[in-house]
Design a protein around this ligand. Sequence first.
Ligand SMILES: Nc1ncnc2c1ncn2[C@@H]1O[C@H](COP(=O)(O)OP(=O)(O)OP(=O)(O)O)[C@@H](O)[C@H]1O
Ligand SMILES: Nc1nc2c(ncn2[C@@H]2O[C@H](COP(=O)(O)O)[C@@H](O)[C@H]2O)c(=O)[nH]1
Length: 190
Amino acid sequence: MAKGLLIVLSGPSGVGKGTVCSALRQRVPELIYSVSATTRVPRFGEEHGVNYFFKSREQFLNMIEQDQLLEYAQYVDNYYGTPRDFVEETLNSGRDIILEIEVQGALKVKEKFPDGVFVFLLPPSLDELKDRIQGRGTENQATIDHRLSVAVDEINLLEYYDYAVVNDQIDLACTRIESIIVAEHCKVRK
Ligand SMILES: Nc1ncnc2c1ncn2[C@@H]1O[C@H](COP(=O)(O)OP(=O)(O)OP(=O)(O)O)[C@@H](O)[C@H]1O
Ligand SMILES: Nc1nc2c(ncn2[C@@H]2O[C@H](COP(=O)(O)O)[C@@H](O)[C@H]2O)c(=O)[nH]1
């Protein structure tokens, strides 16, 4: 059986990865979502096992030690990582999986899965990025400033990705990513 596609969606904080990914999953229900582990505290309405597996620092370090993570990164004040077994089992069963992760982690995944499809989501402008992250209202000002301060360095790593998608409108960004997935399925593998 052919393996599924590994799709990695990255981009700076506040660009709309979560929003676009949710909309994409509504349109492509067979697309499996990789739930990450994190040491970040849950935001209002977030659920363990749905949005993230929320872990203590000790539990997270234990997952690293047990080699349970495909990749992990320290981003701003917390750890984030992708549980390995779920990704491998999904791909081996022939289903496509999407990882919504930051750039350091995405580049580690690329080393392990060079055949993955790496999509970078871009904001229409840096001012719009700032407005979106501020407008979400989930982080304090110091965290927002920290996240924005790494955003330009993250965008500078765009060249390591296969596709750049501008998230100007959610529906359009989804259509672009859906088209990429269709094209990747039609690709002649050599
Ligand atoms: N195309 C868009 N136009 C306007 N607002 C948008 C668009 N896409 C997302 N947003 C808004 O921008 C904010 C940030 O979106 P979202 O939380 O999805 O970003 P993210 O990239 O997942 O952020 P993080 O990496 O911090 O988790 C949200 O309030 C969301 O509603
Ligand atoms: N390297 C990884 N990055 C991840 C993972 N899961 C999420 N993320 C990214 O972290 C930042 C911050 O997320 P937030 O939920 O606190 O706003 C964002 O860019 C996420 O995409 C992961 O498993 N590995």
